[in-house]
Design a binder for this molecule. Structure first.
Ligand SMILES: C[S@@+](CC[C@H](N)C(=O)[O-])C[C@H]1O[C@@H](n2cnc3c(N)ncnc32)[C@H](O)[C@@H]1O
Length: 239
């Protein structure tokens, strides 16, 4: 697993033994670096070592497209309860943020990415996050690889999610959970319709709305900046 080297508002994600030239000097991460230790550059400038956690995956993974934001990951983790000993089928991998969070929670994740270059980047991201044993990134179109399973959790973040949802009753173990991220309401509606059509239970579509609070000398109010809409999340369960 890579480590974070932190100082003020600088953060570098580096492997043990890696060397980085910074404006504060050359930073070399000792092989035995541990969280809390201070590593100094050759100009004697200190950086604190931190172990990587879920939000660091979102901030530091190499991106191949729009990664899922922690607020939506949180809703998926909360509604599916994904945890140790669960098996998960996920698609598309993309940057791999959701897959890495689920791997960090101890689940065994098979994740499909149809773009071979994106899949290579995602594999490197899983190594950085130390979850390459938990998360198996497979190159391919998930709709052509539905012979996996049954799985405890099925997570989809693809335009053609409804095609996979048609098979969800066969893909999921009894009581298993489905979570689909759809940027547009038309896709979410189609996913919900399909989930009901194949007999899944508790079908619901939600949107996370998150407002950051600004506290300054003049007063406190919700921030006027920030990301508004991200996507719609459709959840359902097999009987
Ligand atoms: C928005 S990204 C996924 C982001 C990801 N959930 C994350 O947390 O980083 C969507 C990805 O799905 C891939 N994709 C789309 N349709 C697919 C399919 N049928 N099978 C596999 N991958 C697919 C795209 O190539 C793209 O990389």
């Amino acid at each position: 697993m890579a480590l974070l080297l932190v100082r003020d508002d600088r953060e570098y994600l580096l492997e043990r033994g890696e060397r980085l030239e910074t404006d504060l000097g050359i930073l070399e991460v000792p092989e035995d670096a541990a969280a809390g230790e201070v590593v100094t550059t050759h100009l004697d400038e200190g950086f604190t070592v931190r172990e990587l956690r879920g939000p660091d995956c979102f901030n530091h993974f190499e991106r191949t497209g729009a990664p899922m934001m922690p607020r939506d990951v949180g809703l998926i983790m909360g509604h599916t309860g994904v945890s140790e000993s669960d098996t998960v089928l996920d698609a598309g991998t993309g940057t791999g943020v959701l897959a890495a969070y689920m791997g960090r929670a101890g689940a065994d994740v098979i994740t499909y990415e149809q773009d071979a270059e994106f899949a290579d980047v995602a594999r490197e991201n899983m190594e950085l996050a130390g979850v390459d044993e938990q998360v198996d990134v497979r190159t391919g179109d998930v709709t052509e690889n539905l012979d996996v399973g049954p799985v405890d959790v099925l997570t989809l973040d693809t335009e053609d999610a409804a095609t996979v949802v048609e098979h969800a009753a066969d893909l999921l173990t009894p009581g298993g959970c489905l979570a689909v991220y759809s940027p547009f309401v038309e896709q979410a509606r189609e996913v919900a319709r399909t989930a009901r059509g194949v007999g899944l239970e508790g079908v619901e579509t939600l949107e996370t709305i998150q407002r950051e609070m600004d506290f300054d000398d003049r007063g406190s109010r919700p921030s006027t900046a920030g990301v508004g809409h991200t996507g719609f999340l459709t959840f359902a369960r097999r009987e």
